[in-house]
Design a protein. Structure first.
Ligand code: ZN
Length: 150
């Protein structure tokens, strides 16, 4: 493994051990559930939308290190930003994790989320990394149905 992937690994493990924005959000205006049956990852995402801004965000749930770290990194990345920014970041993140492993990805366009670029090597892990994002999309759309990655 290169030094860079070691560093990325560290960030993922850190977010798994100490997830940011973890727990029920008081005053949430939206929430959505996500489930990845392939791995057993489950999460509930809470949003507090104020106008066009994501004033606050949190999540709770259980799952593998990748799913938890991805949800933690995502909440950090979208908190305080606009709904439009979050949707745009979803697109860039999705683009990154679905780019074939032999093609370069634009890591700069996703900021800290670049630590998850390595999941491209493991198609099953892409679902773990994407779960929080699909759940975010559902929460923003106000969908009632739980999100499934299958
Ligand atoms: Zn998983």
């Amino acid at each position: 493994m290169s030094d860079l992937s070691d560093l990325y690994q560290e960030v993922i493990l850190d977010h798994n051990r100490r997830p940011r924005n973890f727990g029920v959000l008081a005053g949430a205006t939206r929430h959505a559930r996500g489930f990845n049956p392939l791995c057993g990852d489950k999460l509930v995402l809470y949003l507090k939308i104020d106008g066009d801004r994501i004033a606050d965000v949190s999540f709770e749930g259980s799952g593998c290190a990748i799913s938890k770290a991805s949800a933690s990194l995502m909440t950090d990345a979208i908190k305080g930003g606009t709904v439009a920014d979050a949707s745009a970041l979803f697109e860039r993140f999705h683009q990154m994790v679905t780019t074939p492993i032999d093609r370069p990805v634009d890591e700069a366009s996703v900021g800290k989320l670049a630590v998850l670029a390595g999941v491209r090597e493991f198609p099953a892990r892409v679902k773990c990394a994407s779960l929080a994002w699909h759940t975010l999309k559902a929460a923003l759309a106000g969908a009632d149905q739980p999100v499934k990655t299958e």
